[in-house]
Design a protein around this ligand. Structure first.
Ligand code: NAP
Length: 288
């Protein structure tokens, strides 16, 4: 093979990235990133990697060896993958989850871009998150990224979860980290929830209630009244217009759907891999 041929080969071999999860077939990330690569004329390829938990170690070593540029990580690997990486950012460490990996010449670095995506989506929708009061519904992985983002912005946070003990554990951990008080409620405590919501500017649904295939679910008890001054951010993006958002708009309050966070967390991963600003609108249109 001549030198010219080998250079040509290098140029035509796509740079590989992908999403690792189990399952991953439902993911919108391939569409979003492939559209972005095409829009910027990049010869990059985005693959689906359905990998069971017991096969994770081998899969991550393959990524390291075969010079993939990076990965998105989804359920159920966001926590477990941490032990397989060489370094994680302080934010990912506090949140306790990695959703994006960058391969720096065989050194795998873990990031959490969910919290950045959430803040960008709020700002894009016209809500300045700095120093406000928020009620967060849920205490799972997504809630951890959202609570981190809100505390980082100086917000006062109340966490309401079905399993109150889980919310208490989360609140204790973050209160220590940020040296702040975090109130906790059970989702059944309607009076406490109503009072917290009346005193808040922002309500964020980080539960999976309302998500397909159960789109009629609503995380809030029916007796809760949403005040018109409230902004409600629902992380659920399938369906986009959830029961909670319908209820929000009927009450004259402001509702924001979860698609913006999905786009912006992806845009941040794109930036980490390529060093380029992501074509946000192209990515959004690809999955709308
Ligand atoms: P997770 O770790 O499994 O947490 C699920 C949360 O939902 C827990 O707080 C759980 O409460 C609560 N929950 C589940 N079923 C419930 C029910 N029937 N009634 C009341 N609460 C219930 O899931 P996750 O990763 O945090 O994801 C949560 C949601 O966020 C999902 O819909 C996901 O698609 C969405 N999400 C969106 C984005 C985005 O970019 N827009 C990013 C990440 C996640 P218990 O603790 O009591 O079980």
């Amino acid at each position: 093979m001549s030198i010219d041929d080998s250079i040509h080969d290098v140029e035509t071999i796509p740079i590989r990235v992908g999403i690792i999860g189990y399952p991953v077939g439902h993911s919108l990330s391939p569409k979003m990133h492939t559209a972005a690569f095409r829009a910027l004329g990049l010869n990059w390829e985005y693959s689906l990697l359905p990998v069971a938990p017991e096969e994770m170690q081998d899969a991550i070593e393959m990524i390291r060896r075969e010079v993939w540029r990076g990965l998105n990580v989804t359920v159920p690997h966001k926590q477990a993958v941490i032990l397989l990486l060489d370094f994680i950012t302080p934010q990912a460490e506090i949140i306790g989850a990695v959703n994006s990996i960058v391969n720096q010449n065989g050194r795998l670095v873990g990031y959490n871009t969910d919290w950045i995506g959430f803040l960008e989506a709020l700002r894009e929708a016209g809500f300045d998150p700095a120093n406000r009061r928020a009620v967060v519904l849920g205490a799972g992985g997504a809630a951890r990224a959202v609570v981190y983002a809100l505390l980082e912005q100086g917000e006062t946070v109340t966490i309401a979860n079905r399993n109150q003990r889980k919310a208490e554990a989360l609140a204790l951990e973050f209160a220590t980290q940020f040296d702040r008080e975090i109130a906790v409620l059970s989702l059944d405590d309607s009076a406490g929830l109503q009072s917290a919501i009346n005193n808040a500017e922002l309500l964020v649904n980080c539960t999976s209630v309302g998500m397909s295939p159960y789109p009629n679910g609503d995380p809030l008890p029916p007796e809760i009244v949403l005040p018109p001054h409230l902004t409600v951010y629902d992380l659920v993006y399938n369906p986009r217009e959830t029961q909670l958002l319908k209820r929000t708009r009927a009450a004259g309050a402001t509702g924001i759907d979860g698609l913006g966070m999905l786009v912006h967390q992806g845009a941040e991963a794109f930036r980490l891999w390529t060093g380029l600003d992501a074509p946000i609108e192209v990515m959004r249109q690809a999955i709308e």
